[in-house]
Ligand binder design. Sequence first.
Ligand code: NDP
Length: 420
Amino acid sequence: MSRLLVIGCGGVAQVAIQKCAQNKEVFTEMCIASRTVSKCDAMKEKLEGQGYPIKITTAKVNADDAADVARLIKEYKPDAVLNVALPYQDLAIMDACLECKVDYIDTANYEPEDTDEPVWRAAYEKRCKEKGFTAYFDYSYQWAYMDKFKEAGITGLLGTGFDPGVTSVFTAYAKKHYFDRIDYVDILDCNGGDHGYAFATNFNPEINLREVSANGSYWEDGHWVETKPMEIKREYNFPEVGQKDMYLLHHEEIEALGRNFPEIKRIRFFMTFGQSYLDHMRCLEDVGMLSTTPINFEGKEIVPIQFLKALLPDPASLGPRTVGKTNIGCIITGVKDGKEKTIYIYNVCDHQECYKELGSQAISYTTGVPAMIGTALVLTGKWKKPGVYTTDEFDPDPYMEMLNEYGLPWVVDEAPVLVD
Ligand code: NDP
C-alpha cells in the first residue's frame, strides 16, 4: 500500500505509470504531475478505462522550481517521488524531497539545461581537467546529497532505467553469482528497431543528441580514456537482432561502476547506430542545430537544439511505426575459483510487443519498467537505505526477479563472442 508522486508524463513516464498500475500490491495511489497536465489527464483516463484499481489524481507542476515541487509534495503527501521528467530537473526535485523528507527515484543523472551558465561552466571545466572526461553530466552533483539524505533518513535511488539501471544490476548480479573478481565489462546497447523516418530519436531528442554527439570515453586502470565522438567502432552479431555497427560512447553507469567496483580493469559502453542516423546527426551538428547556446532569431531568443526538438517526431509517437527488437546487456569477464570466464547477460525486447501491451516503443518500455521496479523496491523497503545510491549498490536478486515478472526477461550466455 503506497502513494507515489510521478513527475513527468512523457514516453518513459507513460510506461512507468502503467507498470505501477499493474503492480497492484505495491502501488495503490498515484499523482501524475507534469508541465502539460493534459497528458497526465489522458493517462489517468486510459488507466481508469482499463479498470485498474489504483486511485489516480493529476497536477500541474514546474519541476525546475524546488518550491513548486515541495508545495505539491506537501499537498499530496506521497511516500516517494519518481522523477521521470528530464535530467535538468533532478536537483530541484531532490531539494524538494529533502525538504519534505520523502524518498527520491530517477532514471538519468543531472545535467544543466544551460551549459553556458558561468558558475556551472567553471566547475565543469575544473572537473574536465581533474577527471578527464568532458560529458556535461556526471554524478558529482547528486552524490553530493549523500550526507543530507542520510541525515533526513531518506533514500535516493539514482538511474533506475535500463542503461543506466539494469546494466548496473546485471553487473552486481554477475559479481554475486558468477565471479570472485570482475576484470572487464562491455555494456552493449543495440536498437534494431526501424520507425520508418529518415531521422528521429527514441527518447527525448535534446538529451539523446547531446549524449551521442559528445566525446566518447571508457574507464581503464582507474582513469578515464577519452575519444573523439564515434571514433571507436566495432561490429557485433546481436542475438535475435543480427549484425550491427556499434560505437563507443561515454555513459553514466561507467562512472558509478568504476567507483563501486574498483577491481574492474576496463569498462566500455557501445551503442548501435545506423548510417542514416549518423549522417543526419553530423549534418545537423555542422550547421549548428545541436547547439545549446541561445541565438537571436527575428528578435526572439531560441536554443537551436530545442527548436530541432520541436521539428522532430515526438518519441512517444513512434510506438505504432517501430518494428524490430532491442538487445541490451553486459559482457562480463572475470575469475571464478581461479579460472577465467565470460558471461553475457542481456534482454531482448520487441518494439511491437511493447506497443501491443502499453502503446509504447521498446526504448520507453525498457526504461519505464526498471523505473517502476526501482520505485517498488524502495517503497517495499527491500532497497531502502538512507543516502544516495545507484542500482549496483543493492542486492540485485529481487530486481532481477521483477525484470522477469514485468516484461524484461533476461538470458545468461556463458560462451559469448567477445568485443575486441
Ligand atoms: P520526454 O521528453 O518524452 O518526457 C519528459 C516529461 O517531463 C514530459 O512530460 C515533460 O513535460 C516533463 N517536463 C519537462 N520539463 C518539465 C518541468 N520543468 N516541469 C515539469 N515537467 C517537465 O522524455 P523521456 O520520457 O524520453 O525521458 C524521460 C527521462 O528518462 C529523461 O530523464 C531521460 O534522460 C531518461 N531516460 C533514461 C534512460 C535509461 O535507460 N536510464 C533511457 C531513456 C531515457 P511536457 O509534456 O510539457 O514536455
